[in-house]
Design a protein around this ligand. Structure first.
Ligand code: NAD
Ligand code: ZN
Length: 364
């Protein structure tokens, strides 16, 4: 097919306090006494509160056999973790009515993947790639408590598997429902909020300067970029309006990527993440700091945002690595072909040589 025909999220609710409608929203999707499973980011395990001052864990609308499972996102999601969660649920309940992910991008991705693995045979590692998932998962809801990744709208769930870090990209991957309640991101720590927010900013720069760009992506990308500039550069202090804007920037940034691709920062940061376990948001920032040759205006603006928000971006993280380790990162990174092609065009392999990429990794 010449033009991609992509599946989107089925339902979206947006607004301060919209989380309170969750019970009502999911009610029609309950199948007999099969439970709803709430996969809650482990950050909320000990009663952490959100913008309304109440502990989020106490606001989960449990009924019947429903269960809260705390998602351990110390490390980004792995295929083994997804398989284990799906098996645990099948062993305990046979079937479930739905999976409701509440948390950052990692928890949202876990929820999507577990939903798919409730109905698809084998291991989630078998489905890392494009359009390998053949059966719809169970009903799935995504509720972000950090904004920026766009995981709430994307058709992928990024997993680290036995041989690679790659998403389960499919028409069955997007959420059935998302709940965008800016109150839920209000208490995120400044650094974490910035790193995840910059994922959105970097998505915009990579998409808007990419060769895959079309008007669909551009319209969403420009809006997301404008919102990021307002909150990270123009505002004097963070307020509820910033949470609203950041949540919509993430949504629009994700929509922009749906029809285009990310670029150099993501391709290089995937190598860091695979070898060193560097997390997505901070990893992108570490790389972006050194990408003047590729995105001169975007990098200059990124640096102004870092300074204005008083954020530390780590340096020297590749110091002392062996040749073999550099090679591993280079292999992972150069494997992300669509990202490089989007960033540098069809002849990207002539431009981004192994030597050039090694020199870039050495700077990080
Ligand atoms: P995250 O989900 O990895 O969470 C980072 C940390 O913040 C965790 O310790 C978490 O417990 C904590 N946290 C979550 N909500 C919080 C809150 N309200 N207050 C304080 N702490 C909170 O971070 P992220 O940047 O949102 O997501 C990164 C993940 O998203 C990566 O795994 C990446 O691969 C994935 N991702 C997915 C897509 C996609 O399209 N599916 C796109 C980009 C990134
Ligand atoms: Zn990203």
């Amino acid at each position: 097919m010449k033009f991609r025909n992509f599946k989107m999220v089925d339902y979206v609710v947006y607004g301060h306090g919209s989380f309170n409608q969750l019970d009502e929203i999911i009610a029609p999707h309950r199948k007999g006494d099969a439970p709803m499973i709430f996969l809650l980011d482990h950050f909320f395990e000990n009663g952490a509160v959100t913008g309304d001052g109440k502990a989020l864990v106490n606001r989960v609308p449990l009924r019947g056999k429903d269960k809260v499972i705390f998602a351990d996102v110390t490390f980004e999601p792995k295929t083994t973790q997804v398989d284990k969660l799906a098996k645990q649920l099948k062993d305990e309940f046979g079937t479930v009515s739905g999976i409701i992910g509440i948390g950052g991008g990692s928890t949202l991705d876990l929820a999507k993947a577990v939903s798919l693995m409730m109905t698809n045979p084998g291991s989630s590692a078998d489905y890392q790639g494009w359009d390998l998932v053949k059966v719809p998962g169970v009903y799935k809801v995504g509720i972000p408590t950090l904004s920026g990744t766009g995981a709430e709208v994307s058709r992928t769930t990024v997993l680290t598997g036995p041989t690679r870090k790659l998403g389960m990209n499919s028409d069955f991957t997007p959420f059935s429902q998302i709940v965008l309640d800016p109150e839920l991101i209000a208490n995120a720590p400044v650094n974490q909020r910035f790193y995840t927010g910059m994922d959105c900013y970097i998505h915009c720069i990579e998409s808007l300067q990419g060769t895959y760009l079309n008007e669909f992506s551009k319209s969403y990308g420009e809006k997301a970029l404008q919102l990021c500039q307002q909150i990270f550069l123009e505002k004097d202090s963070w307020d509820a309006e910033c949470d609203e804007k950041l949540m919509m920037a993430s949504f629009a940034g994700g929509m922009s990527i749906a029809y285009s691709q990310v670029g150099v920062a993501h391709a290089v940061s995937y190598g860091l993440s695979y070898l060193l376990g560097t997390k997505h948001g901070i990893g992108n920032c570490i790389v972006m700091n050194h990408l003047e040759p590729y995105y001169p205006a975007g990098v200059a603006e990124f640096k102004r945002m870092v300074e204005k928000n008083n954020i530390d971006i780590p340096v020297g993280i590749c110091k002392g690595l062996t040749d073999e380790q550099f090679d591993t990162m280079i292999n992972v990174s150069l494997g992300m072909k669509p990202l490089w092609e989007n960033a540098l065009g069809k002849d990207w392999e002539k431009i981004m040589t192994r030597e050039k990429l090694r020199a870039l990794y050495e700077k990080l």
